[in-house]
Structures are given as C-alpha cells and as structure tokens.
Design a protein around this ligand. Structure first.
Ligand SMILES: [Zn+2]
Length: 228
C-alpha cells in the first residue's frame, strides 16, 4: 500500500479522503524482477486508483488468496505457474497455516490433456468463490474509476470463468457467457501494459457496462456493472 499525501480527492469506492493509492488488480499478481528469469518487467505502469485506507486494506487476505487460486489453476500459463512456484511457495513456507486455510480441500483427480492426449494426476482445489468475488468486485469498481474518472454507482455481478462447479450445466453456461463476451470484445483494445499477467476490455452503455478481465493469459472473469 502506497500512502500519498493528498486530500484533494475521495476514495474510488466511498466518500472518505483518498490518502493511499490502490493497485487494480492487486500488485501481488505481478511477478517481481527477482522471480523472473528473463529480463522481462511485469510491473510496467500498473494501474492505480485513489483509495481510502479502509478500502485499500479491506481485502489484503483475499488478494493473496486470488494469487493462490489463479496461479495454481489448471488454466494458468507458464508465467502464472512461475508465480506459484516462487512467490506463493515463499508465502506458504512463511505461513503454512495460511496456505492450508487457503487451499481448503485438495481432491486427487485425473485431468485429460488435449495436446498430449494423456491423463495426468492433478488436484482439485475447492474454491471459496465469495472471497474471490470480493476482489473482483473491488477491481471492477477500480477499473471503472480508472476508465471514467468517476465512482461507479450500481450493482456488480461477477462470472468467474476459471473455476469448475459440480453442476455440468452451470459450467457450460459460464463457458458460453465468457465465450460470447470474448466474441463481442474481439475488436476491442486490450488494456494494461503487462498483458501476460493482466489485461481488460471495457465497454459502457447507457444503463450498464461490461468488463472482461484476463489473468495470466488464460483465466477470464466477466463482470456486469448495472448502473442505478
Ligand atoms: Zn473507501
């Protein structure tokens, strides 16, 4: 959390003074230089919004939880996996109980890989979706503020495209919603200077706005913002 000495503006979520700047999405998702073998800088021009202390720190645990879930996800790219093997592993070693509380249950399962045509062992992690939604909702407010330089006023709905539910019908409904959004946004500009880690696409209509977020190249989150 970076503290800034300005009372000129209010928080992106509430009417308190913005005395800090908050990263959207959380900074911990972006690899530090020491964890990257190539010379690549994955922390170029990170997006920040003015924030009060309360909102900036409200989801610190959830931010870290999101890093766990995204980087451990079966859909994660190499750079996501690298974050898991470096940063997440260090955090888990520092605090094993925290790591255990995040990975609530890990069930052994088999996953079929299309490219190699082989079944491989994997672990299914039970995801605490509500905790992830808290971060995505804040991200949506922050990116809306970043786009429009004003607070979003309304209702936010999140569809997480990288988790699997026990209901097959739910999974296919989510998959088609995400695919439809990708088709819709196919000609839109991808925003964010570190697209291997995160980029988003955004469009605002008169009554609502749509936000499609992409983490580590593969994990997609669709957000619908319903204006009041
Ligand atoms: Zn606030």
């Amino acid at each position: 959390m970076k503290v800034v000495n300005t009372h000129l503006t209010t928080c992106y979520m509430c009417d308190r003074d913005a005395t800090t700047v908050e990263h959207a999405p959380p900074k911990c998702l972006f690899p530090e230089k020491k964890d990257v073998s190539s010379q690549k800088d994955y922390r170029k021009n990170l997006i920040t919004v003015p924030s009060c202390v309360v909102h900036n720190t409200a989801t610190s645990r959830e931010d870290e939880y999101l890093l766990y879930m995204l980087s451990a996800s079966i859909t994660s790219s190499d750079v996501g996996l690298n974050q898991f093997l470096t940063k997440v592993k260090r955090a888990a070693e520092r605090s094993p109980s925290l790591a255990n509380s995040m990975l609530v249950s890990t069930d052994p399962m088999k996953i079929f890989h299309e490219d190699t045509q082989e079944w491989n062992d994997a672990y299914g992690i039970q995801i605490q979706g509500k905790r992830l939604d808290l971060v995505f909702i804040k991200n949506a407010y922050a990116l809306y503020f970043h786009e429009k330089r004003k607070k979003f006023d309304g209702r936010v709905q999140v569809v997480t495209g990288f988790t699997l539910y026990n209901e097959l019908s739910v999974n296919s409904a989510i998959a088609s919603a995400v695919t439809a959004a990708e088709d819709y946004f196919s000609q839109h500009e991808a925003k964010g200077d570190n697209p291997d880690i995160f980029f988003y696409k955004f469009e605002e209509g008169s009554n609502s706005a749509i936000l499609l977020m992409n983490f580590y190249g593969t994990s997609k989150v669709l957000v619908h913002l319903d204006k009041r």
